[in-house]
Design a binder for this molecule. Structure first.
Ligand code: DC
Length: 229
């Protein structure tokens, strides 16, 4: 069977990566978490003291972008590819609320986007890929055969993210997580370069009231429809 490209975009904490991973596994496709790449650049900026609550040295970050080598390596125990920065596994480090609070600012820099989009297009050039992010169906793979745009209420998304952070032992409040979700929604949809938008031909899934299983079945039906058409 020929391979296709599947683009999954949408708001933060809509469960895009969970469903994308499951789908990639089911179809034996490669899964690429593009948000992890923007988080890796943010982590690089944080550890090099280029970004903080009261400073952000965009010029220095852009000048150092050539030193940011991002790669993915499949972890058979986790069942998905983890993200590496200059050879170091940073999968856990990039999921903190601190990284989340800076990442939208980093993702708004055109030079950062240019570099990462180029890398994403390279990763997906042979198709057989499920890629999730904010601009996959609009910018990275505008000709993807299946485009899904995921959304859910901010409260539901914040609750999911809050539960995840608490489960891994982070000391956060629901109020702070909800504020972060809302701020990221705003910055991601209002930036000048590749703002978060639904591609014209994307199918919207609002999963506020759906279980993961219901959502997965729905997506499988969409995939079947593409192969039949
Ligand atoms: O999917 P995520 O929450 O891990 O993404 C982190 C941030 O990266 C998000 O706030 C927006 C940005 N992002 C982006 O601008 N474009 C992408 N393709 C993926 C993520």
């Amino acid at each position: 069977m020929h391979k296709i490209t599947i683009a999954i975009d949408g708001y933060s904490s809509t469960g895009k990566s969970t469903v994308a991973k499951e789908l990639a596994k089911h179809m034996r496709y490669t899964y690429v978490d593009t948000g992890a790449m923007y988080r890796a650049v943010t982590y690089f900026a944080m550890t090099n003291n280029l970004i903080g609550d009261d400073h952000f040295d965009v010029v220095a970050l852009v000048s150092k972008l050539n030193n940011v080598k991002i790669s993915f390596k499949f972890n058979p125990i986790a069942g998905f590819a983890e993200v590496y920065l200059n050879g170091e596994n940073i999968e856990k480090e990039i999921r903190t609320l601190e990284v989340s609070s800076y990442v939208s600012k980093v993702a708004a820099i055109p030079e950062v986007r240019y570099q990462l989009v180029k890398q994403q297009q390279q990763m997906g050039k042979d198709k057989g890929v499920v890629m999730d992010g904010r601009d996959i169906g609009t910018v990275v793979f505008p000709y993807a055969k299946l485009k899904i745009f995921m959304t859910a209420s901010p409260e539901k998304r914040a609750k999911r993210r809050f539960d995840e952070l608490i489960a891994r032992g982070d000391n956060v409040t629901y109020k702070d997580v909800l504020k972060n979700v809302q701020e990221r929604d705003y910055i991601d949809s209002h930036r000048e370069d590749s703002p978060l938008r639904k591609a014209k031909d994307a199918i919207v899934i609002d999963n506020t009231g759906l279980t993961q299983e219901e959502q997965f079945k729905l997506i499988l039906r969409l995939v079947e429809r593409v192969f039949k058409s």
